[in-house]
Design a protein around this ligand. Structure first.
Ligand code: ADP
Ligand code: MG
Length: 697
């Protein structure tokens, strides 16, 4: 492949390929299935499967797989080859419509939160024809949803697709009322900015904490961190550049619209942003991006860290989720319009988001909850755990005018005009300067900044879409029965502004004053995963997800169980890793070092009794005290870990992990990091922060 445009999408069975390879009526049937989310009938599927197989084999594929996104948050695949034996002992390459459309998976080892009884361990995977099949490492991958035989979703794609339908349904009702007759569908669009760290594989391999947990559990600060701010947007080092070039090539072949790449704030931290697309495709592409980043890094003897907080003392990694609504006619519904009428529609959609975020703060928080992300949210970096909306001054002023202006009271149509006529287009640089907001309006889209770098974007978009669908439903119910439409729109906007303005905050989200102010406003501050998860089953949340057919109560409870268990597992693995590192490497290393000091003192006493031993003695005494402290903390951590493990009730176990295990972990870390500072480099068992953060050149 010589040019990027030739290479782009060359491993994707996309529309152009379908058009050129499928018989006309099969292609048409495919189009309908994609557009309307309908199932293909088997005769059509057989033709598609055959064409897909021929195309894949020409591209070097030998196997196919249903590629799905179980609740582990990463993707899963099981490869089957195309080969099929013939009577004469040779083989032919086969792939049937049935194999394309539906697969069976002995899925008993995927988390199901009790949804799948063991007597019915199988789940099935069903093709999502709205996401194109692609070839990865000689395997034809078919994007699929993953369900139990009872029909419950066992994955992250199914609820996302359901939530996209829910918001489409409700947004269409609103658009009809505004007379948008040509529109047949509303989809949500998403572009995810993905942050990551790149470290040298040789350093990584020597750190059991990175190996087992993806983050450093120990490590004294390097003399230099990110304080000079010389890395952000700095020139990209040759090794990183080579990685990025390879990564782009692979992503482009897979049709991922990789667009922007730059260094991030922390040393060794980088970002990749694609051009936005339909939400479920964005979600698929983000999973692929994370997977391919890790694979390409290995080829360059690097390791790509996707953990939310790989290093203490420098920024962690997140994933900004840029989100908007787009009509089938290509109109961005969060773009302020040219006419008062368009602006009324814009304001109504804006208000739908405001109401949704206020009413379902807890669900948004839950959708980004994980043990890893707890190190960012509310921990004085990234956005706070308090959900609020940044609107920027212009838009806030307009809403305030609507709220306070008695001039807009009553609801004569002329006043309506005045109220919304003045919405300016927002030049990019006047919005989005406040990077501390968890949910910011950035001119013609919202940016949810709470996602952790390793998380699937599906959960956050599932919740956001469903919550906004609910506001739109309420609006549509009101407006459909209104006698004076314009007046009713104005009243709705006014009502939302009055009732939900508490969620709007344009100030500094990292400021302690905001925490107090948010509390005064009655906003939630759910600091950690165990703190927020119980809200998942609040009646209003169950009702929301049930009524929009996104998740049943059973599915919600199963997901809650999995999230709690996952939290516990992660914290326990981290605790075990710390104990192991301390007992096997750190304490013995420290004792060795102390012995060297003691020997040095003894030698000086013997041969040069007048020689000064201050360094040796001071260091020995401090090292011995820190060693004892580290040992005591290790034992206390072992006790806390045993308590967490013994607790069988999931919420209680998570609480013990948060209140006791994590607390002991941080005490242990404090002693060990202090020891590291004292100890000779040659005696310390692990590469330092300085090595890891600055070794990639
Ligand atoms: P930055 O946030 O770095 O200033 P941009 O605002 O240009 O950069 O874009 C960030 C991301 O937002 C990109 O992935 C871009 O494709 C995406 N984006 C832009 N418009 C939309 C939209 N209407 N819907 C969803 N995502 C969008
Ligand atoms: Mg951004």
């Amino acid at each position: 492949m010589n040019t990027v445009s030739e290479a782009f999408g060359s491993k994707v069975f996309n529309d152009a390929v379908m058009k050129s390879r499928l018989p006309k009526d099969t292609y048409k049937a495919m189009q309908t299935a994609i557009r309307e989310g309908k199932r293909l009938d088997l005769s059509v599927a057989n033709v598609v499967a055959n064409a897909m197989k021929d195309w894949a084999i020409e591209k070097g594929a030998t196997h196919f797989t249903h590629w799905f996104q179980p609740l582990t948050g990463i993707t899963a695949e099981k490869h089957d080859s195309f080969i099929s034996p013939t009577i004469d002992g040779s083989i032919i390459m086969e792939f049937s419509g049935k194999e394309l459309v539906q697969g069976e998976s002995d899925a008993s080892s995927f988390p199901s939160g009790g949804l799948r009884a063991t007597f019915e361990a199988r789940g099935y995977t069903a093709w999502d024809p709205t996401s194109f099949a692609f070839i990865k490492e000689r395997v034809l991958c078919i994007p699929t949803a993953f369900c139990s035989y009872g029909g419950e979703a066992l994955d992250k794609k199914t609820p996302l697709l359901r939530a996209m339908q829910a918001i489409d349904r409700q947004a269409m009702r609103i658009l009809k009322l505004f007379g948008n007759d040509g529109v047949t569908r509303v989809t949500t669009t998403v572009g995810n900015e993905q942050e990551y760290f790149l470290v040298d594989k040789a350093d990584y391999d020597r750190r059991p904490d990175l190996l087992f947990t993806g983050r450093t559990l120990f490590g004294a600060r390097a003399p230099k961190g990110q304080e000079l701010e010389d890395h952000y947007f700095g020139s990209i080092k040759p090794r990183v550049q080579a990685f990025m070039e390879d990564l782009n090539d692979e992503l482009w072949e897979l049709g991922v619209l990789a667009k922007t790449e730059h260094n991030e704030v922390a040393p060794a931290q980088h970002e990749l942003a694609p051009i936005f697309t339909t939400t479920n495709i964005s979600a698929d592409h983000n999973q692929l991006t994370m997977e391919i980043m890790q694979r390409v890094a290995k080829r360059h003897s690097l390791v790509c860290l996707l953990h939310e907080k790989p290093f203490e003392g420098v920024n962690g990694s997140g994933k900004h989720n840029n989100w908007s609504l787009s009509t089938s006619t290509g109109v961005n519904l969060l773009e302020p319009g040219e006419t008062p009428y368009e602006n009324a529609q814009f304001l109504l959609f804006l208000c739908a988001v405001i109401q949704a975020v206020d009413d379902y703060q807890d669900l948004l928080r839950i959708s980004v909850a994980s043990a890893g992300n707890d190190h960012r949210l509310g921990a004085n970096e990234a956005p706070p755990a308090i959900v609020s909306i940044f609107l920027g001054d212009e838009l806030s002023n307009i809403l305030e005018a609507i709220d306070t202006g008695s001039a807009y009271g009553g609801c004569e149509k002329t006043q309506m005009k005045v109220g919304v006529h003045v919405i300016p287009h927002f030049p990019k640089d006047t919005t989005d300067r406040n990077r501390t907001s968890p949910f910011a309006f950035t001119g013609n889209k919202f940016e949810l900044r709470m996602l952790g770098s390793s998380q699937s974007v599906s959960d956050a978009n599932t919740m956001l879409n469903t919550a906004v669908a609910e506001s739109l439903r309420i609006f549509a119910d009101t407006l459909e029965s209104a006698t004076d439409f314009t007046c009713a729109v104005h009243e709705l906007i006014l009502k939302v502004v009055k009732e939900h303005k508490r969620i709007i905050f344009n100030g500094n989200g990292y400021d302690d004053a905001w925490v107090k102010e948010a509390e005064r406003r009655g906003l939630l501050n759910l600091k950690t995963t165990p703190d927020c998860l119980s809200h998942f089953v609040a009646p209003k949340n169950i009702e929301l997800l049930k009524s929009h057919k996104v998740l049943s109560e059973t599915e919600i409870r199963a997901r809650l169980e999995i999230m709690l268990e996952n939290y516990k597992k992660i914290v326990c693995i981290e605790a075990m890793t710390m104990i192991d590192m301390t007992r096997k490497d750190i304490l013995p290393a420290s004792v060795n070092f102390q012995k060297k000091l003691a020997d040095a003192i003894a030698v000086k006493h013997t041969y040069a009794s007048a020689a000064d031993c201050t360094y040796e003695t001071d260091t020995l005494i401090t090292a011995a005290a820190l060693t004892k402290a580290a040992y005591d903390s290790t034992r206390a951590l072992e006790d806390a870990l045993a308590e967490a493990r013994a607790e069988t009730e999931a919420q209680n176990a998570a609480d013990i992990c948060k209140d006791k295990v994590l607390k002991q972990m941080s005490e242990l870390r404090a002693s060990v990091d202090a020891l590291e500072i004292l100890t000779a480099t040659s005696d310390w068992p692990y590469p330092s922060y300085g090595d890891i953060l600055f070794n990639v050149r």
